[in-house]
Design a protein around this ligand. Structure first.
Ligand code: ARG
Length: 455
């Protein structure tokens, strides 16, 4: 039964009907739709727009419908959209009283409300998942504050750092993601109900009451905007895209770290797969998928931006297309966060390989230049001298650590025996005690600061 059949004499063409229906995907919002309707009918009763008795009957039936869907007794099917489905079912159960539910409401303000409720729930779940991920990063980092690892620029060894410092870089990214989501939640948490189809309802509704019942912080200020605004969904998708982008970056690290050439990590059996032809293979499929999934979420964002571009006020049916990208992004993001946190708890780190790599590539050349600069040599001159020293190392196939003090002295008389300690990897790490640095104690401070923020 359509909610709008009165002015029609012929049925909708079957193909057009399938094209028009949104139930196959907006059924996912059944819980939010029913919660919204329960609050709406409670308000209608309190404001005497319908009687308290009618309001109670509708509310009780809606609660049963929700329970029946959740228990698998009631299947969501045979309706244009989730709003029609719930209303049809209500009328089936309580007859004409059910037909009063839609008083002072349009599907336009209803869907805008459902969508915000859906996203608010998704955000709450995602915030918990991001926090679990950051906690795992902190847990793993805590054990690795002394594990030397090369830091790269241009994918070339740059300077020694620690694995803890590296992992915490990502913890900081995910903390910003959590901040962004929290901020997005604040802006989306206002209620459009009462906006009606576009110019608000004439009934004496108490919008503040409905908003309060639904946990909204307030109501939308303009009904045209209330029904046509999808900024909150775009903002959400942009947050989601940013998070999957961070996931794609850290998983790219794990992909190449797992290769034989790097050998920094060993993939847990629980999170890697084999090859159908090459028996020796253990592939980082999970990490590659985590890297790849970012593409579809970025696509979801672009899809909604493109959908909304140039849409005039107020509601347009185009906007029905807003849901699939948002649902897809929310589902993908939650799955990615869950699987990655599981991976991170199990991945093995090869500390020896990391340490050996950290000393390679003349990664302590900056230490050498800083050594001279600390003795009063202008940094640019110290840089030049060290550059020559590195060239000497390259030609004589020696590392900076292997050079004798005498060899150092041929480049500058200021070099003394303590230069050997200066170019030591562990010391190079330990000296970076500045806020943000990789010294073990400073890293521990960073971990404590993140843990404090996590609460
Ligand atoms: N399924 C519709 C959507 O998701 C609900 C709103 C329908 N409103 C309308 N005027 N046809 O946008």
């Amino acid at each position: 039964m359509k909610l709008w059949s009165g002015r029609f004499t012929a049925d909708l063409d079957k193909t057009a009907e399938a094209f028009n229906d949104s139930l196959p995907f907006d059924g996912a919002m059944y819980a939010q739709d029913i919660r919204g309707s329960i609050a709406h009918c409670t308000m209608l009763g309190r404001c005497s727009i319908i009687s308290e008795a009618e309001s109670n009957t509708i509310r009780a039936a809606l609660e049963c419908i929700l329970a029946d869907i959740e228990n698998g007794i009631l299947e969501i099917k045979n309706a244009e959209d989730i709003h029609s489905f719930v209303e049809n079912e209500l009328v089936l159960r309580i007859g004409d009283t059910g037909k009063k539910l839609h008083t002072a409401r349009s599907r336009n303000d209803q869907v805008a409300t459902d969508f915000r409720l859906y996203l608010r729930d998704a955000i709450d779940e995602e915030l918990a998942l991001i926090k679990a991920l950051v906690k795992t990063l902190c847990d793993r980092a805590e054990q690795e504050t002394d594990t030397a690892l090369p830091a790269y620029t241009h994918m070339q060894k740059a300077q020694p750092t620690t694995l803890a410092h590296y992992l915490l870089a990502y913890a900081n990214m995910f903390m910003r993601d959590a901040d962004r989501l929290t901020d997005c939640r604040k802006r989306l948490n206002v209620m459009p109900l009462g906006s009606g189809a576009c110019v608000a309802t004439t009934f004496p509704v108490d919008r503040a009451l409905t908003a309060k019942l639904l946990g909204f912080d307030g109501v939308t200020e303009n009904s045209l905007d209330g029904v046509s605004d999808r900024d909150f969904a775009i903002e959400y998708l942009s947050c989601a895209a940013q998070t999957v982008l961070h996931l794609s970056r850290i998983n790219e690290e794990f992909v190449y770290w797992s290769g034989e050439e790097f050998g920094f990590i060993s993939l847990p059996d629980e999170y890697s797969t084999g090859s159908s032809i090459m028996p020796q293979k253990k592939n980082p499929d999970v990490n590659e998928l985590l890297r790849g999934k970012s593409g579809r979420v970025v696509g979801d964002l672009v899809s909604l931006l493109t959908l909304m571009k140039g849409l005039p006020l107020a509601y347009n049916k185009d906007m029905q297309e807003d849901k699939e990208p948002v649902f897809d992004a929310a589902n993908t993001l939650r799955m990615c966060l869950r699987v990655f946190t599981g991976f991170l708890q199990k991945v093995g780190f090869d500390r020896e390989r990391m340490k050996r790599a950290a000393a390679g590539g003349y990664s302590c050349a900056t230490e050498c230049a800083d050594y001279l600069a600390a003795k009063g040599v202008p940094f640019r001159t110290a840089h030049e001298i060290t550059g020559k020293l590195v060239l000497y190392c390259v030609n004589s196939k020696k590392s900076l650590q292997e050079l004798s003090v005498e060899e150092y002295k041929t480049f500058s008389p200021l070099f003394e025996a303590d230069v050997k300690a200066a170019v030591d990897v562990t010391n190079a790490v330990k000296r970076r005690t500045v806020i943000g640095g990789c010294a073990p104690d400073e890293t521990k401070r960073q971990i404590a600061a993140i843990r404090k923020k996590l609460g």
